[in-house]
Write a protein that binds this ligand. Sequence first.
Ligand code: OAA
Length: 166
Amino acid sequence: MAALATAEACDSNAALLASGDLRVLHPIFKSYGQIQVFSGPIVTLKVFEDNVLVRELLETRGEGRVLVIDGGGSMRCAMVGGNLGQLAQNMGWAGIVVNGCIRDVDEINGCDIGVRALASHPLKSNKKGVGEKHVPVYIAGTLIHEGEWLYADSDGILVSKSELSV
Ligand SMILES: O=C([O-])CC(=O)C(=O)O
């Protein structure tokens, strides 16, 4: 599949940007993982300082989808580490976007997936299993629904109501 350039997509989809069907996430994320350019249908997760549900979702087949984790922007622990990065790669997820922190950065940087997160943090999260899967999340100034499409490259991250043609 040819990669879609986010800048070009913005230039050629002014009407979608105006209507809100295409949105640009605020540029608050750092880039990790081997893959800089990734895209796919979105799976959403809303959690706070607890990553049990992150593992549950990453244990299912990714089929090229992107897991968008609203971790509430917490700067107090990591929602994804090296094991989960490896799991995501092995289960065929295209990428993970975390409104929160990750850890084991060197391991994640070796994984064949794209990861965006606010920062790294050495502390692991709670393991109580609290959170909500498949709910709308509001991150980086953008309301995101499960099933929408995410496009990430070196310029930024787009969310589109439907798949964009290259
Ligand atoms: O288990 C965790 O909390 C996250 C982690 O360190 C890993 O995925 O390796």
